[in-house]
Design a protein around this ligand. Structure first.
Ligand code: F6P
Length: 329
């Protein structure tokens, strides 16, 4: 935690992959600023907009009627230029010219790594809110957008189940999650899938075929395998082929849910989480606390320095895998 001078004007941005609930977080930050009588400046297109000076003062009305909307009204980007010292110098100059004394950044690990270097190099206090569907950060039980993405995935898998059982088919359903099986694991339990392939606990094809054979032996007429994208979008197609070559019991199909999981109206959980964290972000900056992410642990607000939030993420719960395997008999 770092102490800092009085904050009078806060800049906020969304960066990285968008996530449902980002708008609710933007609304909360802006309205908390209004409540504490400080100014809020919306920065468009993440760090790219900070470098290009693409920003606008926001007030309570600017964020009216957005709490239920997916995407981000501030737009988002993965900035290459911000990774360079020159890009960050431009960004810092623009902050000074706009009178921005502190930043709230809403995003995932890449966003936070950028925020950490920026604060260290230029002394501008930064607070982060976890905004990513992946739920892959230390220091928060849930990220903003995760619950919505899991709900979208589970409902899609429910629909696939209908057609899978009508045709006695095996479906591989690939869900997003770069390096993370969090969406796959939870959606798999919620939709009652037979198996889950996740990067945290890799399963080889022999083990998967064994599970499917056991199911077929118990007269399962169809099966669902949820596959985490794990940084290799589309790899479920190869996996399905490998399985089909050796296990012919079912007709096999693949569905890749992909960016479908990033859109849609946020769930109540995501809206409430974003609202709580957005207000606290402003309060922390006003108290002189910065350099980290505000999350939620056991339903309590939790502050984690950026380096810890992003480094070596270890939030996978083996209990989920155990429950899934018991229930898929
Ligand atoms: O980090 C969120 C995420 O949706 C990941 O699950 C996925 O791997 C990645 O972003 C996709 O990024 P893009 O939209 O740039 O293809």
């Amino acid at each position: 935690m770092n102490s800092n001078r009085a904050v009078k004007r806060i800049g906020l941005l969304t960066s990285g992959g968008d996530a449902p609930g980002m708008n609710a977080a933007i609304r909360a930050v802006v309205r908390a600023c209004m409540y504490y009588k400080i100014e809020a400046v919306g920065i468009y297109r993440g760090y790219d907009g900070l470098i290009a000076n693409d920003m606008k003062t926001l007030d309570s009305r600017s964020v009216a009627s957005i709490i239920h909307r997916g995407g981000t009204i501030l737009k988002s980007a993965r900035s290459m230029e911000f990774k360079t010292p020159e890009g960050r110098i431009k960004a810092a100059e623009n902050c000074r010219m706009a009178g921005i004394d502190a930043l709230v950044i809403i995003g995932g690990d890449g966003t936070f790594r950028g925020g950490l270097v920026f604060q260290q190099e230029h002394g501008i206090p930064v607070v982060g809110l976890p905004g990513t569907i992946d739920n892959d950060l230390n220091g928060t039980d849930f990220t903003i957008g995760y619950d919505t993405a899991v709900n979208t995935a589970a409902h899609a898998i429910d629909k696939i189940r209908d057609t899978a059982s009508s045709h006695n088919r095996l479906f591989f359903i690939e869900v997003m999650g770069r390096d993370s099986g969090q969406i796959a694991m939870r959606a798999s339990i919620a939709a009652g899938a037979e198996a889950t392939m996740i990067p945290e606990r890799p399963m080889n094809v022999d083990e998967l075929i064994h599970i499917l054979e056991k199911g077929a032996g118990r007269k399962k007429s169809s099966s669902l395998v949820v596959v985490a994208e794990g940084g290799k979008p589309g790899h479920s197609i190869d996996l399905a082929k490998e399985v089909t070559d050796r296990f012919e019991y079912y007709d096999t199909k693949v569905t890749i849910l992909g960016h479908l999981l990033r859109g849609g109206s946020p769930t109540v959980s995501d809206r409430v989480l974003a609202s709580r964290l957005g207000v606290v972000a402003v309060e922390y900056l006003l108290k002189g606390i910065s350099g980290g992410m505000i999350g939620i642990v056991n339903n309590r607000i939790n502050f984690t320095p950026f380096a810890e939030a992003t480094g070596n993420v270890s939030n996978f719960d083996d209990e989920m895998l155990r429950i899934a395997s018991i229930l898929s008999v």
